[in-house]
Design a protein around this ligand. Structure first.
Ligand code: SF4
Length: 85
């Protein structure tokens, strides 16, 4: 699909039920609360030395959508961004 152009009705892109998840983190914003690890273990981890977030899986599978979204909304520093493509 061409960027910026909507999918044509009936095309594979238009009928795909769930777009793929893409996760990003901003370590400069992270305060090390660990909520993301509780919500989505295996997608997020924390550095041993200071608790700052480490992204383990930037493209988690569809089955983890809810927990990844919960991690995004539950982050007290708004350091997690989830986009769909
Ligand atoms: S929930 Fe947010 S602030 Fe807490 S460790 Fe994860 S990214 Fe950092």
């Amino acid at each position: 699909m061409t960027a910026g152009r909507p999918a044509a009705p009936g095309s594979a892109a238009a009928t795909r039920p769930d777009p793929a998840l893409r996760v990003g983190v901003d370590q400069d914003r992270c305060c090390g609360s660990g909520m993301c690890v509780l919500n989505a273990p295996g997608v997020f981890d924390q550095r041993d030395e200071d608790g700052i977030v480490v992204l383990l899986d930037a493209r988690p599978p569809e089955g983890r959508r809810r927990e990844v979204r919960d991690a995004e909304s539950g982050c007290p520093s708004q350091a997690i961004e989830v986009t769909e493509e």
